[in-house]
Design a protein around this ligand. Structure first.
Ligand code: 5AD
Ligand code: SF4
Length: 438
C-alpha cells in the first residue's frame, strides 16, 4: 500500500501490553501505517488497555472523550480499543461510546488488518474471540530495522490458576505456550537487529511448556545464541518454579540474577481464600532454595492488602513474610474487586483500613529496597546502556539486578555492556563509574 497513514498507540498496564502494541503496530505497518507519538496527527488511535485493577474502564472512557474534538476535526480518524478492557467490555464500549470504530481483544490482534479495513469502510469492527488459529503464526514476520538493546518477547499467555481476585484468566484465556522453535527464531531476529537483552514474558511464564525442558530448557537454548547477552523472564507463580528452573539460576550465566515471584500475602488463611495453592512457609522454603543456587539474586514481588476477610493479624503475617524475605523491589496494591471474579462477591475491608495497610507495607518495602540498593555501593556490576542521560556524557542502563545506573561515559554507545563500579545509591537509581576510569 502506497498511502502513508499515522498510527498512535497508547499502552497501559503490563509489559505484555508493550509487546502487543509493538506487534499491533507491525501488523498495521502492512496497511501503510507508521507510528507517531502524538494523537494530534494520527489517522488511527489505539488504546491498548489494562483491566487488572479498579477504574480501568472509566479511564478508557475518559481518555476516549478527549479524542472527541480530534475526530470532529478529522472525520476519517479511526479509534480503536485493544487489550484486556476490550476483551472484558468491548461490546459495551462500542455501544456507549460512538467514537469507537474498532475493538480488538488480546487474542485476536493478528486480525487487525482486516478489522482496520472494515473500520475504514465505515463499519464498526469488533473481535474479542479466542480464535483456534495461533495468533503468533498469523502475524507478519517482524521487520528488520535496527532497534534498541532490550526487548520483550512473549512466550506464554493466559492463566489457568484462577486466583480469586484476578481477571487475567478471563481476559487472556487459558495458558498457551509458543513452540520453542518459533521463540528461538524470533529471538535470533531480535539479536540481528541489535538486541542484547531479552525479557521473556508470560502471565505464568514459568509454566511454559513449549520446550521439552520447560522454561529452563528454553533459557538454555536462548543462552546459546551469540550476541544475546542477557535473559530475564516474568511473571512467575511460586508453584511453577521447578527444580530445573531453580538450577538454571545457578548454572546459566546469561540468566540474570533477578526474579519477580509474587506471593500476594503472608497469611495462610488469606492465601487459601485467594486460591493461591501455596503457603507462606512453602514460599519461604522456595526462596531459600533459589538463594542457595544464586545467593546474590534480587527478589521482587507483588502484594495485595485488604483482600476480603483480611484481619490485622493476617496483615501482620504479610509484614512478617516481607521482613524475612528482604525484597529488592516490590509492587503493592489495595485489593480492588473485579467484576466476575469470586472474591468480588465477598464482604470488603473498608477503604481506610486498606489505605493504612498499604502505607505500612509500602514503608517496609521501601526501606528494604533502599537497604538492598545501598549495599550495592562499592560493588561491580555490568551495565547495558539503554540511552543517554540528562548530563552531558552521561549514559543510563540497567545492572544485572535491574537497577537503573547512571554512568559518566562520554565515549560509550547505546548497547554497550560495560563493567561499572557503583559509587552511590539514590532513591530509585544508582550512580556508577566505568571500571576503566580511575
Ligand atoms: N486487586 C488488586 N491487585 C490485583 N492484582 C491482580 N488483581 C488484583 C486485584 N483485583 C495484582 C496482583 C498481581 C499484579 C499483577 O496485580 O498482585 O500479581
Ligand atoms: Fe492472575 Fe493468579 Fe493467574 Fe497471576 S497466577 S495471572 S494473579 S490468576
Amino acid at each position: 500500500m502506497s498511502q502513508s497513514r499515522k498510527l498512535y498507540i497508547k499502552t497501559y498496564g503490563c509489559q505484555m501490553n508493550v509487546y502487543d502494541s509493538e506487534r499491533m503496530a507491525e501488523a498495521l505497518g502492512g496497511q501503510g501505517y507508521t507510528q507517531t507519538d502524538t494523537p494530534d496527527d494520527a489517522d488511527m488511535i489505539v488504546l491498548n488497555t489494562c483491566h487488572i485493577r479498579e477504574k480501568a474502564a472509566e479511564k478508557v472512557y475518559s481518555e476516549l472523550g478527549r479524542f472527541r474534538q480530534l475526530k470532529a476535526d478529522k472525520p476519517d480518524l479511526k479509534i480503536g480499543v485493544a487489550g484486556c478492557v476490550a476483551q472484558a467490555e468491548g461490546e459495551e464500549i462500542m455501544r456507549r461510546q460512538p467514537l469507537v470504530d474498532l475493538v480488538v481483544g488480546p487474542q485476536s490482534y493478528h486480525r487487525l488488518p482486516a478489522l482496520e479495513a472494515r473500520a475504514r469502510a465505515g463499519e464498526k469492527a469488533l473481535d474479542t474471540d479466542f480464535p483456534e488459529e495461533a495468533k503468533f503464526d498469523d502475524l507478519p514476520a517482524r521487520p528488520k530495522a535496527t532497534r534498541g538493546p532490550t526487548a520483550f518477547l512473549t512466550v506464554q499467555e493466559g492463566c489457568d490458576k484462577f486466583c480469586a481476585f484476578c481477571v487475567v484468566p478471563y481476559t487472556r484465556g487459558a495458558e498457551v505456550s509458543r513452540p520453542a522453535a518459533r521463540v528461538l527464531d524470533e529471538a535470533r531476529g531480535l539479536v540481528e537487529r541489535g538486541v542484547r537483552e531479552i525479557t521473556l514474558l508470560g502471565q505464568n511464564v514459568n509454566a511454559y511448556h513449549g520446550h521439552a525442558g520447560g522454561l529452563a530448557g528454553l533459557v538454555r537454548d536462548l543462552a546459546a545464541i551469540d550476541g544475546l547477552e542477557r535473559i530475564r523472564y516474568t511473571t512467575s507463580h511460586p508453584n511453577d518454579m521447578d527444580d530445573a528452573l531453580i538450577a538454571a539460576h545457578g548454572e546459566i550465566g546469561k540468566l540474570m540474577p533477578y526474579l519477580h515471584l509474587p506471593v500476594q500475602a503472608g497469611s495462610d488463611r488469606i492465601l487459601k481464600a485467594m486460591n493461591r495453592k501455596h503457603t507462606a512457609e512453602s514460599y519461604l522454603r522456595l526462596i531459600e532454595r533459589i538463594r542457595a543456587e544464586r545467593p546474590d539474586i534480587l527478589l521482587s514481588g507483588d502484594f495485595i492488602v485488604g483482600f476480603p476477610g483480611e484481619t490485622e493479624e493476617d496483615f501482620q503475617a504479610t509484614l512478617d513474610l516481607v521482613a524475612e524475605v528482604e525484597y529488592g523491589q516490590c509492587y503493592s496494591f489495595k485489593y480492588s474487586p473485579r467484576p466476575g471474579t469470586p472474591a468480588a462477591e465477598k464482604a470488603h475491608v473498608d477503604e481506610a483500613t486498606k489505605d493504612d495497610r498499604l502505607q505500612r507495607l509500602q514503608a517496609l518495602l521501601k526501606s528494604q529496597q533502599h537497604a538492598v540498593q545501598d549495599r550495592m555501593v562499592g560493588r561491580e556490576v555490568g551495565v547495558l546502556f539503554e540511552k543517554a542521560g540528562r548530563e552531558p556524557g552521561q549514559m543510563v542502563g540497567k545492572s544485572e539486578y535491574l537497577h537503573s545506573v547512571f554512568v559518566d561515559a562520554p565515549d560509550a554507545r547505546v548497547g554497550d555492556l560495560v563493567p561499572v563500579t557503583v559509587t552511590a545509591s539514590a532513591p530509585n537509581s544508582l550512580a556508577g563509574r566505568l571500571r576503566s576510569a580511575a
